[in-house]
Design a protein around this ligand. Structure first.
Ligand code: SME
Length: 159
């Protein structure tokens, strides 16, 4: 049984503990789907105020929905489209305080108000993006961005 209890005092501590929990979950497991599925569940359980947490994979230059926690979502997103496609095309983190102000935002879940998308790379290749959505405007801070970049580094070795 996996029973992670993360009780951190601040966000950097929260992400340090989350990173340790993620390392433990994926250790020794080579299957990318299993690792993405557990990562999505761990993140959704550990971070407050999210309505969606999951992955879009780079399948031949198109983003295709991967394991996630939340409402059913758009399946295919072109590079350059929406927040996820922009992260994939630029390989830059997209931290969007108000998704309604983001040109081309793809509204999969009308509850989403802010979004953080982090590219996952290995050996210079884009494997996937990690996508977190929140029902609160400006939910994601610089600390969340730094923390999720650290999670993406772990995931780059695990998916
Ligand atoms: N809003 C995203 C689409 C994915 S969902 O949020 C799960 C976007 O604009 O890329």
């Amino acid at each position: 049984m996996y029973d992670f209890r993360i009780e951190a005092a601040d966000k950097p501590a929260l992400y340090r503990e989350l990173g340790q929990a993620l390392e433990a979950l994926v250790a020794g497991e080579p299957d990318p789907v299993a690792n993405m599925a557990n990562a999505a569940a761990l993140i959704r359980e550990s971070l407050p105020d999210l309505n969606w947490a999951g992955f879009y994979r780079n399948v031949g230059g198109e983003l295709v929905l991967g394991p996630f926690q939340g409402r059913p979502a758009c399946i295919r997103i072109g590079f350059g489209e929406g927040v996820c496609g922009t992260a994939a095309a630029t390989r830059q983190v997209q931290r969007v305080d108000d998704v309604e102000a983001f040109p081309g935002h793809i509204a999969c879940d009308s509850e989403s108000r802010s979004e953080l998308v982090v590219p996952i790379l290995r050996d210079g290749e884009l494997l996937a993006v990690l996508d977190l959505d929140s029902p609160s405007v400006a939910r994601f801070t610089e600390d969340d961005e730094a923390g999720c970049v650290a999670l993406a580094e772990i995931l780059g070795r695990a998916i």
